[in-house]
Design a protein around this ligand. Structure first.
Ligand code: KG4
Ligand code: ZN
Length: 331
């Protein structure tokens, strides 16, 4: 088959991103305009501000992605865009922009599910990785354990019943005074501490997760114990979260006789979680995969990779494509 170039647009939260990817595996460009500095002031993402920022930079970022890839719009085979899940106003900027671009260039439009995009981030880092596999997606908005049966067939095995892991990291960081975005800050401070504080662990009979209990426990402890060692608290929080993640991954690997575990999403940048899953993989004699750090957090290269597999599967979006803020994986 001829080589396929996908131009992707991502604007589901606070990153405006565009990328060009060849054959779903080779990143030619991956441009990201992060709004972190703007939202930092408010301690979290302000949806209306996010939408406005996307509008201001999306055209520049798209052009930059073509220039960096050394291609022009004519060379592109299809335009992929994140349809959901995410913030509706933010998603609409990318969806409207991609529809306009598709209309003007007469290039096919392909809709992409953001969570499936996170999974596909691994295809860019690991050229040999092919489904089937079990994937743990841990991001700011989602915590899912998914059976990736093929490039286009996903079965949810378990998911969080309340907070996403990244959400819990961000909340813990905020209450201990580390600021936004919290994940990387908790990760760094935890390196100076010991996991010596007992925190609640939640287990279910199935493969679901829950992180609201541990989040509340950390908030209460921090509130009631003014001199608590914050580094120890962060280290203990990370250990408890990892224990819950690992427990379900072990169950899923056993149940599905899998020889690999694939981790995806912003929280998969966490150094303690990576080390723990490396150890788990050794223990179970399986292989563990993570995207390279820049492909863990939101980016458009992962959307292009996922879009490529939708595109060669014959999936096309029409010009009445709408953003779906609560889009489910596999839909
Ligand atoms: O995947 P992502 O960019 O956005 C969503 O789709 O939600 O994930 C962002 C999340 C944030 O909650 C951020 O705090 C977390 O990923 N994160 C981390 C680390 N780096 C980013 N969490 C823990 N440790 C990190 N090093
Ligand atoms: Zn994401």
């Amino acid at each position: 088959m001829k080589q396929q170039l996908i131009l992707a647009i991502e604007s589901s939260c606070d990153e405006t991103a565009a990328a060009v990817v060849k054959n779903g595996r080779e990143v030619l460009s991956n441009c990201i305009n992060s709004q972190i500095k703007i939202h930092e002031e408010y301690g979290g993402v302000v949806p209306e501000i996010a939408s406005r920022c996307h509008t201001e930079v999306i055209n520049r970022i798209m052009k930059e992605s073509l220039k960096t890839a050394n291609v022009c719009l004519n060379d592109i085979d299809a335009i992929a865009v994140t349809q959901g899940p995410g913030l509706v106003g933010a998603l609409l900027v990318g969806v409207s922009y991609a529809k306009g671009l598709s209309y003007v260039t007469k290039k096919p439009l392909v809709a992409v599910n953001h969570i499936e995009g996170h999974i596909a981030g691994n295809y860019l880092t690991h050229k040999d990785l092919k489904p089937p596999f079990i994937c743990l997606i841990i991001s700011g908005g989602h915590t899912h354990l998914v059976n990736v049966k093929s490039y286009n067939d996903f079965e949810i095995l378990g998911k969080t019943r309340d907070d996403a892991v990244g959400e819990a990291f961000d909340k813990v960081a905020r209450v201990v005074g580390l600021g936004y975005p919290g994940g990387p800050k908790v990760d760094n401070l935890a390196k100076e501490g010991e996991p010596n504080i007992k925190l609640p662990i939640t287990h279910f009979d199935n493969l679901d997760f829950s992180f609201s209990g541990i989040k509340t426990a950390v908030i209460n402890l921090n509130h009631k114990t003014p001199n608590i060692n914050k580094a120890d608290l962060c280290a203990s929080f990370q250990l408890a979260v990892t224990t819950m993640l690992e427990s379900n991954v072990r169950k899923a690997i056993k149940e599905y006789h899998s020889d690999k575990i694939v981790i995806a999403g912003g929280v998969s940048r966490n150094s303690f979680i990576r080390k723990s899953f490396d150890d788990l993989a050794k223990d179970l004699n399986i292989k563990v995969y993570y995207p390279e750090p820049i492909l863990c957090t939101d980016n458009a290269a992962m959307i292009a990779a996922s879009g490529y597999y939708n595109y060669i599967n014959g999936e096309r979006a029409k010009l009445n494509l709408n953003a779906i803020p609560n889009l489910k994986i596999g839909e």
